[in-house]
Design a protein around this ligand. Structure first.
Ligand code: PLP
Length: 452
């Protein structure tokens, strides 16, 4: 990576420092250092104005699944902007892109998911499900069912309800979170919290915390459980195989609605349209965003299962909830084009038969590095646990910041890899080739060597 920004880049950095506050950032510290300017992108690479090509191992923020520079998506947006750039879905109106996308989506999803409520983002999906499940239970004569159970270290977005459902401590420390009636249980993080225990035993133990929490709160007060099939932002936490089936059994036993947050795991990330399909789970509601448009424009969608949808149709009356940009026509048109592109290019088949097995095989080779305590992955996500002592699995002291150091060496080596504490994670575009995976692994290894 070039160390010296050109004059134009410096001008952007100065404007940025003077006028812009970045999300999830210590803006004071960033201003002193200068933001990294990304000016264009193609395929799996993002570029700086100086001409550096950085392999985007995170697909933006887990979203640019079909890669950068897809003219099919640009064309869909342009045509829709020319035809109907905006109209709302309020006041008994609809428009062709929302209608067609709702039908297209439900035809891809498991059979019991036949209706869609559109939003503008993943966070808005999670706000929507909080209100929808409580409204559903009230409409069924059970207004006391308000409690929603989630996990520590889950990520469900940054709005008040999304961040409350999420279990990120630093987020809860600011801005008066959580909102009432949200409860958290422990996550199924075997490497971090279950070492020494058989993984499947650990999975069952963590799932049974849900039952204990339901009994503590009283089943008659519990509306739903929400979880990401694989926790993404928490550090690619892949639950043991026993976990999800047991969670589903418990939800059914106590008649608790099950919500799958598929904002990351959906649209092929785990090799299926929905990540929960990998674990054999049938959720009542599903939150989707990011990969639905490959990140080209913002869109979110909540798929609603037949039981909840019918209850709302029969007894729900007005659902007093929605957004100006719910189902924005341009976003819906891009999503439709994106889903068509995925089907035309047989992306799921390619991932399952070639790309994911190759990525996971090459990724597993990194486990031999002296800094790596575990290399794990599923489908098109993967993580490395950095450790101070490989033999014992002992982690670094928090103040060492090994993950941050490694992340910075990754950038220097031409790779975006994210650090969650000392867990290094990737989620590359689904269209990445085997040659590009080889390059990703080589750059990751170089960064590990530099960190070591
Ligand atoms: N849910 C999950 C699982 C996510 O990973 C994210 C974002 O990373 C969100 C919800 C929030 O989505 P958005 O940032 O589009 O609001």
């Amino acid at each position: 990576m070039t160390q010296n920004p050109n004059a134009q880049t410096q001008a952007w950095q100065q404007l940025d420092a003077a006028h812009h506050l970045h999300p999830f950032t210590d803006n004071g510290a960033l201003n002193a250092k200068g933001s990294r300017v990304i000016s264009h992108a193609d395929g799996v690479y993002i570029h700086t104005p100086e001409g550096d090509a950085i392999l985007d191992g995170m697909a933006g923020l887990w979203c640019v699944n079909m890669g950068y520079g897809r003219t099919e998506l640009v064309q869909a947006a342009t045509e829709q902007l020319n035809t109907l750039p905006y109209y709302n879905l309020f006041f008994q109106c609809t428009h062709p892109p929302a209608t067609e996308l709702a039908a297209q989506l439900t035809s891809l999803l498991p059979d019991h998911l036949n209706r869609v409520f559109f939003t503008g983002s993943g966070s808005e999906c999670n706000d929507t499900v909080v209100r929808m499940v409580r409204h559903y239970w009230a409409s069924q004569g059970q207004p006391k069912r308000k409690a929603i159970i989630s996990r520590h270290n889950a990520y469900h977005g940054s709005t008040m309800a999304g961040a409350s459902l999420g279990g990120m401590k630093p987020m809860h420390a600011q801005g008066g979170l959580p909102i009432p009636d949200i409860h958290h249980i422990d996550q199924p993080y075997h490497f971090g919290e279950g070492q020494g225990m058989d993984a499947n035993e650990f999975g069952l133990e963590r799932a049974r915390q849900l039952e204990a929490k339901i009994l503590e709160l009283g089943p008659e007060n519990v509306a739903a459980f929400i979880g990401e099939p694989v926790q993404g932002a928490g550090g690619v936490i892949i639950p043991p195989e026993t976990y999800w089936p047991e969670v589903q059994r418990i939800c059914r036993q106590y008649d608790i609605l099950l919500i799958s947050d598929e904002v990351i795991c959906g649209f092929g990330r785990l090799g299926h349209w929905l990540g929960c399909e990998h674990f054999g789970v049938k959720p009542d509601l599903v939150c989707m965003a990011k990969g639905i448009t490959s990140g080209y424009v913002p869109l979110g969608a909540v798929a609603v299962g037949d039981r909840v949808a019918q209850g709302l149709l029969d007894n729900g009356g007005d659902f007093n909830h929605g957004f100006t940009y719910s189902g924005h026509p341009v976003a819906c048109a891009v999503a439709s084009a994106n889903l068509k592109l995925m089907a035309d290019e047989k992306v799921l088949e390619r991932i399952n038969e070639h790309t994911a097995p190759y990525l996971q095989r090459r990724w597993a080779e990194l486990a031999d590095h002296p800094l790596v305590g575990e290399a794990r992955g599923l489908g098109m996500v993967a993580a490395l646990e950095l450790v101070a002592d490989k033999a014992s699995g002992k982690r670094f002291d928090e103040n060492v910041g090994a993950g941050t150091v490694c992340r910075d060496f990754c950038i220097e080596s031409g790779l975006v890899m994210r650090a969650v504490g000392d867990t290094m994670i990737i989620s590359p575009p689904l269209i990445i080739t085997e040659a590009e995976i080889d390059e990703l692994i080589a750059r990751a290894r170089r960064s590990l060597d530099l960190t070591w």
